[in-house]
Write a protein that binds this ligand. Sequence first.
Ligand SMILES: [Zn+2]
Ligand SMILES: [Zn+2]
Length: 370
Amino acid sequence: MKITAAVVRERAGPFVIDAIDLQDPRPDELLVRVKASGMCQTDLHGRDGYYGTPFPAVFGHEGAGVVEAVGSAVRKFAPGDHVIMSYPWCGDCPNCRSNHMSYCFDAWGLKMRGTRADGSTLMQRAGTPVYSAFFQQSSFATHAIANERYAVKVRSDAPLDVLGPFACSIQTGAGAVLNAMRPRAGEGFALFGAGAVGLSGLMAAKIAGCDPIIVVDIHDQRLAIARELGATHTINHAARLDSVAEMRRVTGGGVHYSLETSAVPAVFRTAVEVLMPGGTCILVGSARPGVDVALDMSFLQNGRSVRGVIQGDSVPETFIPKLVDLMLAGQLPVERMMTFYDLADINRAATDAAQGTTIKPVLRMPGGEV
Ligand SMILES: [Zn+2]
Ligand SMILES: [Zn+2]
């Protein structure tokens, strides 16, 4: 079928809105009419060639929409279902088999290769392949094909416009807190980086009853949003405040938990230095391979731990519906960090995100009314 997609024709090139061909779904796949898709830093890194995804390519990995057709072997979904397309996993490696699918052995390839696991592409333009299985969805398009394994059914009374980012950034931040840290009420929480992942973690820390909730960022407007969402203290790192001293002043002996989202080694180090003895720092910021950090060994030995977490340690099929319920109950006001754009304005959305004026761009697809 003919669809409209934002195609990147060459490395670091602009997104170009184009008509291209999408295949029919295979027996275990769904055809999804995309209503809206969040845009992540990862999409822009993909556009810029950091991950080796071949071009031309369609990016996008936070798609939400309505199932339009299902393959012959699909059992869990039917046309008309509202779905979020979450991160892909192979279903067959030791981590997938033990429900730790965010650490799938083939996660990187399934996300970045731009093809299905068997090397096939899903889209063509004038008979030539378009690399179109970015995160096995390529959601910057009016339609996408998703494997039923990682599509997640969501309640139909939730507004689809805001659901896409649950697929990646919201699940990543909220899951790092609710699934990996599991803080108890009254325990201290510090967030480094008030982007979409970080603010999702902050909202989760508030749900868990953390106190204090301290947020460090370099943008005053982001710190203002962090205060609205539940931060009890904010620190503007650009103002050269000593974050460690300031946190010790607020907490006495440091925080139980810190969440590092910036992927900057010096910030990561600070996120460890603010821990009380026995505290845990969770690293979710994605640095490029080869980036090192120096940590004080004797400081770490005092019961402190550091853990990397991907996609919030979550099992999307159960965790995402739980988060959607929290949103509808008013406890996860995720729309507060979103700015909406038409797909035609995708390049402006990318620029705004890169400059930090928009926290979470969400692209609305043409003809996506439900
Ligand atoms: Zn796997
Ligand atoms: Zn993402």
